[in-house]
Design a protein around this ligand. Structure first.
Ligand code: GLA
Length: 353
């Protein structure tokens, strides 16, 4: 039961489900290159309630914006939050499941635009609610794929599978070591000796802005020039051939290949309980994102530097980039944060709360 739905529409919902946000520890911009990723769910949730509505229409209320939007089910994307919900409905309809019309109520404590994937949380929660209501026989992995399809096919953001997968199958307290080529995954426990901290730089990002799409295209061009189906086919042994590519394809490919390697090494470090080694990999990952992949911004670079100076074992940009959040590995987040905040008054601590 959702009080919000009942209050909004004066009747009980048919189903209510929630899904978490995420942070990525290592493996950035590797998922659309068939590579490895290592995200973890964060305890921030979006809750979606659904029930029947006027035929041919979706009427949705989002408590976060105190806004109700109504739209025809066959309408094109509008560039607002309802797109994510309607995209999920459309993907369900593509499975030949009739959805006549619906009402939706959304509650969320996931900060928007922070780079912790408010969008995947909304998609996975919506699809879970639709699955329960319509008794769809889809497993969690398939559900994640449907969420990705909603975002790339309807919303228009050509994302990989990482965010939807970790929101759908991730476990609290563990990193999801996912091979996006085979879809094999494993839950790797996070170090108990240290904590993760997620800090927003104060610079908002918007992934639909084009930089993300451009990086994807550059990776495809690099793979084509090297005669492979995707950059995943290459390893650090192929770096000489990669260095010979024209700028900036050489640097883009080098990031992806070395980042895949860092995920594998990072999983080893987690298994060995070696937080120091994991922290070093995070630092290398940030440099690679900054210098080779060019997805960082000066404010984020400065935040990573002070995170390290103030005692973090590792720190890096997390998520799609061009602003957003850093993730740091620290021994005590609450003790570490005030000094970082003093250096960066515009930054704010997203996690832990
Ligand atoms: C966004 C996308 C993901 C992934 C990351 C970068 O979060 O949704 O699929 O590509 O950027 O690692």
């Amino acid at each position: 039961m959702s009080d919000l739905y009942t209050k909004t529409f004066g009747t009980d919902p048919a189903a209510t489900e929630k899904a978490p946000a995420r942070a990525n520890l290592l493996g950035e911009h590797t998922d659309y290159n068939d590579g490895f990723v290592l995200p973890t769910p964060l305890p921030y949730f979006t809750t979606v309630s659904v029930g029947p509505g006027k035929p041919g229409e979706v009427e949705a209320f989002a408590a976060q914006f105190n806004e109700t939007l109504t739209r025809r089910l066959d309408a094109p994307a509008h560039g607002d939050w309802l797109d994510y919900v309607l995209g999920c409905v459309r993907v369900v309809q593509q499975q030949r499941v009739p959805v006549e019309g619906l009402r939706v109520a959304i509650e969320s404590d996931v900060p928007m635009g922070a780079g912790i994937s408010s969008s995947a949380a909304l998609e996975v929660a919506t699809l879970r609610a639709l699955r329960r209501w319509l008794e769809l026989s889809i497993d969690d992995e398939m559900l994640a794929r449907m969420g990705q399809r909603a975002e790339s096919g309807y919303v228009g953001m050509p994302c990989g599978i990482m965010d939807q997968m970790v929101s759908s199958v991730g476990r609290p307290g563990a990193a999801l070591f996912l091979d996006t080529r085979s879809s094999d995954y494993e839950h790797v426990p996070l170090p108990r000796s240290h904590e993760l901290a997620v800090v927003h730089s104060g610079v908002s990002h918007k992934l639909t802005d084009g930089g993300y799409r451009q990086r994807r295209t550059e990776c495809e061009q690099a793979a084509a020039a090297l005669n492979v189906a995707s950059l995943r086919e290459l390893d650090v042994g192929d770096l000489p051939a990669i260095e010979a590519l024209p700028e900036p394809l050489n640097r883009r490919a080098r990031h992806v290949i070395t980042e895949n390697r860092r995920v594998l090494d990072g999983v080893q470090a987690l298994r060995a309980g070696d937080a120091q080694a994991f922290g070093r990999l995070m630092v290398e990952s940030h440099r690679s994102q900054r210098d080779d992949y060019a997805v960082s911004v000066p404010e984020v670079d400065a935040l990573v530097e002070s995170a390290l100076q103030r005692g973090a074992l590792g720190a890096r940009l997390t998520g799609g980039g061009f602003g957003g959040c850093i993730i740091a590995l620290v021994s005590d987040a609450k003790a570490w944060w005030p000094a970082v905040q003093a250096d960066h008054p515009n930054a704010w601590l997203v996690y832990p709360r």
